[in-house]
Every structure is written in C-alpha cells, then in structure tokens.
Design a protein around this ligand. Structure first.
Ligand SMILES: Nc1ncnc2c1ncn2[C@@H]1O[C@H](COP(=O)(O)OP(=O)(O)OP(=O)(O)O)[C@@H](O)[C@H]1O
Ligand SMILES: [Mg+2]
Length: 237
C-alpha cells in the first residue's frame, strides 16, 4: 500500500528523517513510536503531501508520489489526522465532515457524512461548533473527517494524546473497529506504548530521524537498541 525508500527530510542542518526505508502492506496495522522530535510527524507529512521530502521515494500502490500535492495523496486514498487538530473552528461538526467529504470527492454517497460522525461517537455533537469542542473531541472529529474522504490508508498522529490509559484503550478499540469496517490500512503514531503494542501488527521505532527497529511488537519490545534509546524499563518490567 505504502512504501518509502531512503526517505530523507532536512531542515537546514537538521535531518528530521534520514534514509528511512519501510513498507506498509495492505490491511496491515503499523504503530510508530519514538522519542519527541524523532521525526514521526515529519514522516506523516512526507507521506501525505504536506512536506516535499529532500530525498528518497514515496510510493502508493507502487506508483511514485514524492512531490505530489496533499490533494493527490487524498485522491489516492491517503487520509490523516494532525497532532494539533486542524478543524474549521467556526463550522459545525457536521459541516466540517461535509467539507472533508467534498474535498475527498470520491463519488460516494453523502450518507457517509452522518455515518462516520456516528462511528466515532460524536453523533450528539453534530450541530456544535468544532472550535467549542475539547481537544479529545476535536480528534474524534478529525478521524471522522479523514474517514469521510473514503480512505484506504489512514494515518493517525497521537489521536489518544492526553487521555487516561482506559480512554487510550477505548481509542485503540475504536481504531480496530474502523479498520475492520472500512477495510483500512492503518498507521498509528502514539506515545502510549503499552496500548499500542497490544493493538498493532507491527511497530516501527524512529530515533533521531532514523529507523531504529521495525518488527512484531514482542520483538521490538525486547530489542536492546530500542530499550536503551526509548523504552527504558517502561514496558519490560
Ligand atoms: N517545518 C520544520 N522546520 C524546521 N524543523 C522542523 C520542522 N518540522 C519538524 N522539524 C524538526 O524536525 C524534528 C522532528 O520533528 P517531528 O515533529 O517530526 O517529531 P515527532 O517525532 O513527531 O515528535 P513528537 O513526539 O514531539 O510529536 C524536530 O527536531 C523538529 O523540531
Ligand atoms: Mg509528532
């Protein structure tokens, strides 16, 4: 579904991503972890047309996409959320999702708008202004907006940030359900390592812009490089 080869993103002297090569297979659920500033969000920007990578290739279903617009990525079935939710504050929940549906323009049925609002559990907030929702609700709205574009690949950037462990588990269940219902390939960036490890099929670890490890959760959790760089004794005890 998605592959990157020697992907690099440089900001002046800073290499936010350096020679990252990896694949996400169709139907797979990949988690991405790594310390603050490791390049996780930059990776999403580079594979959704927000940033033009300074080197390397981005492929969607085998076709080269580096240098294409966010709109082109969207039309190819890539949807994402932002770490800081980007919603239209002075529009209602419904109108935000309707906008995303129109932007996606995949010729589907407009009933998808109401369906995805219900699916992410914000049905009772339909007529509320997006700007008046608390951050956690704005993130749910962003997921609904992403789903309204009828994606095949869903990229989630810290959609469970700031939630309690129980709430993070709920978000994980929601993502799994959405994945099954809409047959999505999912990449989820999250610092809540325990829940993430329990949920995903595979985990990639970014560290100073490099891919430090990539494998099954149990493998990655036991990897000494990962433990010393990031996990410490957080998930090993
Ligand atoms: N537009 C930009 N201009 C300059 N530097 C940037 C830009 N975007 C990101 N960076 C830098 O690139 C590095 C990686 O940032 P990024 O946001 O990808 O990290 P992250 O892994 O998502 O971190 P966090 O867990 O805190 O969200 C950081 O050092 C950041 O300051
Ligand atoms: Mg980030």
């Amino acid at each position: 579904m998605l592959s990157v080869e020697n992907l690099g993103m440089q900001f002046g002297g800073l290499k936010a991503l350096s020679e990252v090569t990896m694949k996400v297979e169709r139907g797979e659920f990949l988690g991405i972890i790594g310390p603050n500033g490791a390049g996780k969000t930059t990776f999403f920007h580079a594979v959704s047309g927000i940033y033009l990578p300074t080197s390397g290739k981005v492929r969607i279903d085998g076709a080269e996409f580096q240098g294409k617009s966010a709109d082109a990525f969207c039309k190819a079935g890539v949807a994402r959320t932002f770490q800081t939710p980007r919603v239209f504050s002075d529009m209602t929940v419904h109108d935000n999702v309707r906008f995303a549906f129109t932007f996606g323009n995949r010729g589907g049925d407009a009933s998808l708008i109401d369906e995805v609002i219900d699916e992410v559990h914000i049905g009772s907030l339909r007529q509320e202004l997006a700007g008046e929702l608390p951050p956690a609700r704005q993130r749910q709205l962003e997921i609904a907006m992403a789903l309204a574009t009828a994606p095949r690949l869903l990229l989630l950037d810290e959609v469970a940030a700031g939630l309690t462990e129980g709430e993070v588990d709920e978000v994980a269940r929601l993502i799994l359900r959405l994945r099954d219902q809409y047959q999505l390939t999912v990449v989820w960036i999250e610092h809540a390592v325990r829940t993430l490890m329990r949920t995903v099929d595979r985990v990639a670890v970014l560290h100073f812009g490099q891919l430090l490890a990539d494998g099954a959760p149990a493998e990655v959790t036991a990897d000494p490089k990962v433990i010393s760089a990031y996990l410490g004794d957080e998930v090993t005890q």
